[in-house]
Design a binder for this molecule. Structure first.
Ligand SMILES: [Mg+2]
Length: 427
């Protein structure tokens, strides 16, 4: 039986996330660059550049404006600049992208449990049961679009395709970029295929296209009429797939389990939230260590508040230049998700641990989690900070972490390493 599948593909994803976060980049040709970095999504590793603009690096994503001027993905920055001298090269920030990816996957999961994250910016949703017909499916797609706009930002747009299977939904979404919505009902699939080139279909690359061309097959219509046994003798089982695809058929089902592999998408309760950080240079300076610890505590606290948790236990740890280390725990009766509070307790633990060796790494981890909210502080100054936290949190939710910082941390920079921060560090 035919299904109703929605395919959602973010447009110029990394570039539009940067344009959403930074108004100065909007409406301008930008190219996301860097080298070596990567983010892991649903078992795949997707190359993302992080280490700044570099002559030998490539463009991982070009903004819509840059694409119009001829800049393409995988082009070297040198080549891209030659084509488009006004191109702004911008280092990628994998942490930011995976945060937004988590956000839109959460939205999709509100509409159906059958969600497959196909790549970092593409997902398939099976809405056969939820929608029942194409009219309702179109309505669902429009609601998803409205929520993406409200929760991820107006500059992050998506192309949406609806079809009777994954293959057709994806081909449909590619028909109108950016920000399109294309519906292909089962009776329209052949018309859609016949309007496209062979290698527009996901699964037919340039080499297969060339081999098909050599057999005299230039269009999907010719592919449909090509004898199945000849296709199979040329391409084996892939020949069967080509024959089915040319008829707009695809038996591939949604692999919804993959979505649970995404960070933050698990329905299981997390056991702890933690961050550790290797300092840029080993140091004896207590103030430097103190600042990094406060920054880490704020990060941990923000993630707990985002997921509606508070912790009753904190573990702080310190590692020295000779790789020896010290870790200790404290338990408290009133659960907290206040960064400054976490920091104070962590500093009580490691503030006295400055022995001979310089410090290499600091970290903290909050555990014994509960959904009970933290208690308001009795101190005026802390109360003031607590009262502005919800506003700061909503800013972080909209624009990503790093949108605000404490005055005392202005000079403390956390460099996003290619491996990211060490989440949920085990101690
Ligand atoms: Mg995309």
């Amino acid at each position: 039986m035919d299904k109703i599948i929605i395919h959602i593909d973010m447009n110029s994803y990394f570039a539009s996330v940067e344009q959403q976060a930074n108004p100065l980049l909007r409406g301008k040709p930008i190219g996301i660059t860097g080298k070596h970095g990567s983010i892991a999504m649903s078992g795949q590793r997707i190359k993302v550049n992080t280490d700044g603009v570099h002559d030998r690096s490539v463009i991982t994503t070009a903004s819509m404006e840059a694409k119009l001027l001829g800049v393409k993905t995988a082009m070297s920055t040198w080549e891209a600049r030659k084509i488009c001298p006004s191109l702004i090269l911008w280092p990628g920030d994998p942490h930011k992208y995976s945060e937004i990816t988590e956000r839109f996957n959460k939205i999709y999961n509100d509409f159906t449990t059958k969600v497959e994250a196909f790549s970092v910016d593409e997902s398939f949703l099976d809405v056969t049961e939820e929608a029942g017909d194409y009219f309702t499916a179109t309505f669902i797609a429009q609601m998803i679009r409205a929520r993406l706009r409200a929760e991820c930002g107006e500059h992050i747009t998506a192309s949406i395709g609806i079809g009777p299977n994954k293959l057709m939904a994806k081909l449909a979404s590619e028909s109108m970029k950016p920000n399109g919505l294309t519906v292909t009902r089962p009776e329209d699939t052949l018309k859609l295929l016949d309007s496209r080139e062979l290698d527009d279909l996901c699964g037919i690359g340039p080499r297969i296209k060339q081999r098909l061309n050599m057999l005299g097959v230039e269009t999907f219509k010719q592919l449909r009429e090509f004898p199945l046994d000849s296709l199979e003798s040329e391409f084996n089982r892939y020949g069967t797939w080509l024959h089915e695809a040319a008829h707009g058929r695809d038996s591939n089902v949604i692999q919804s389990s993959t979505v649970h592999g995404l960070r933050g998408m698990s329905t299981e309760t997390p056991k702890s939230y933690g961050h550790s950080y290797t300092l840029p240079r080993n140091t004896h300076d207590k103030l430097i260590v103190k600042r990094y610890l406060l920054g880490l505590a704020d990060k941990v606290a923000w993630r707990m508040r985002r997921d509606n948790f508070a912790a009753c236990r904190i573990t702080a740890f310190i590692r020295y230049g000779d790789f020896s280390s010290h870790a200790e725990q404290r338990t408290f009766y009133i659960p907290t998700n206040d960064g400054h509070k976490l920091f104070q307790v962590a500093w009580q633990i490691i503030g006295n641990c400055f022995a001979g060796e310089p410090v290499r790494l600091v970290g903290l981890s909050a555990s014994k989690l509960t959904h009970k909210p933290g208690q308001q502080s009795l101190f005026k100054k802390e109360q003031k900070i607590q009262s502005v936290l919800p506003a700061l949190d909503s800013l972080q939710h909209r624009y990503g972490t790093g949108v605000w910082t404490r005055g005392s941390l202005v000079k403390t920079h956390f460099k996003q390493r290619s491996s990211g921060f060490h989440f949920d560090h085990l101690v």
